[in-house]
Design a protein. Sequence first.
Lengths: 162, 422
Amino acid sequence: MSRNYGEILPDEVEKQRARFAPVEVPAPARPVWNWEELNAKFRPRLIAAGVIRFGLTQDDCEDAAQTVFLKVLAMNPRVRDPKAYLRAAFLNQCNNILQARERRSIAPREPATASRPLTLANSGEIAARAATVPVSSRTAPMRAFRRTLWGRIRAGLARLRP
Amino acid sequence: MKRDDVFDAILESEVVPDLPRQAMGRTLPFVRPNARVSVEDIYRLSQAAEKPAELILQAARAGADELAAALRSLDGKPHRGFALLYAAQKADKLVAEDPNKALTLARLLSEEAATLQAANSKERISTPAPRQAVQAEAALLESQALLQKGEASSAREAVRPARDLFRESGDLGFGAALCDYHEGTAATFEKEYTEAQRLLKRALAVFAEFGQEHLAGRAHAGLGSLFVHKGQFELALKYFDASLRAFDSESDAGSQRTTMLLNNRATALMRLGRFDEARATFAKALNFGRRHNHESHLFFIRTGLAELDFRRGEYRRALRAFTGIVREASPLASKAELVFSRLYAAECQARIGSYGPMAIEIEALRRERQEHPFAPSPALGELFMSLDQGTIDADLIAHVREYLQDEENGVKRAYRPLRLVG
């Protein structure tokens, strides 16, 4: 410490210095979370808000709540206002779920026959698809195969008729 | 914080709204192998980790053997991941006390975390305290320690892996904001102000969105310091005031940051010529720093007070202060700061007509020239030449000092000798 230190002090500082005890004042402890309230009261409301506001399923919202609760626990020493953190993190997580759902809905679909069972109602759609294959020397074998396949399907469906 | 009225109304409602009953529950453990672990259990794990995390920090202060023993004592404990995670997050104080120990701790925590379970980002439920989260926090700690050591570029580099690790851990935006904050702070020291401003503002927006006032306060403080460097003092004051409000609201009275914040606010006021307010704010900072034993901060406050005396024309008082700073050559003072203190002392001597002592100060600067960052500067060349020719005066010293201060603040301009300046 400089010998000149006192000389450059403003007068009021000297006065204020005298008012403080020489012991170091410990920094205030981090506020303790009210875990009971967060878990028992806030969590069900988050889940309900996710279902009502975003139309997500209860399971989706329970998973999202679980995720954000783990996140806030992982950030415990950094987070002073856990409710505000959970709220923002939950909104972001709901947004992620909605975006993932949207991505799935615009992704190219698998051929219909691969994913759903055939019924009589599908027969017209299959016929229309076979008919849309352009005629050429390269597509002829394929058209023939489609027709053969369609014939077999139609015969099978006819047997199912009551 | 962004409002969402419907969402917030449900959160604030007295009663939880009834939800339609689901036809098929899927949370039974025998139908879902990855069924949710009780949050209550994870909370208990996190609570059990608090004390071991503190013990790691104490051990890091004590030495390498103690630290190794503290880390081994966690082997096989279910709360090990949380303890490592919390140790990394709580090490701020250690950074200020001893950045080398903080650096060692950061690297050890990252190595230790290698054996933790990885984040399962593909699953619907995340892993508690996964490897990536611990390593991301360790990387942020490493960045802080490097910055404290004055290695701004390495500090910035250290944030890069933290970004990837947070992303892998399934970050929801908060981890990225922490990275922005630390990288922005390092970028300020690298004098990359545009990038620093972008990063700090982005961090501020996310901290505010997540309702963490104390972190928003830090981002405000970072932006305030940035604008001081850029010479935009009014704007800097706006950010400092917002930051102080955040710290007040958090009752973070013991914070070292409050001391530095007050010091920086006082500096901005002084540069604006608001000397009385500056003096009162320096006094408050000094009080705070003394009360909490922030030795490193007291050095900067003393330098600020000395500059204030100088700007007020109280050259004898300023001279005593600057001479003291130079004589002590505190390890906290950068080489550049010591050069400025010498130049201020020399200018004070010249202004009070003590040309002999002034020449001694400039001679000392010439002897130490190779040790400081301004060695090749033409400004110092002109100063030494004028000393030899006997034409040196206070205006020339001021001209050289202002040029070097601009250079230190990242202002790039060619040096013009005093005789060519209008």
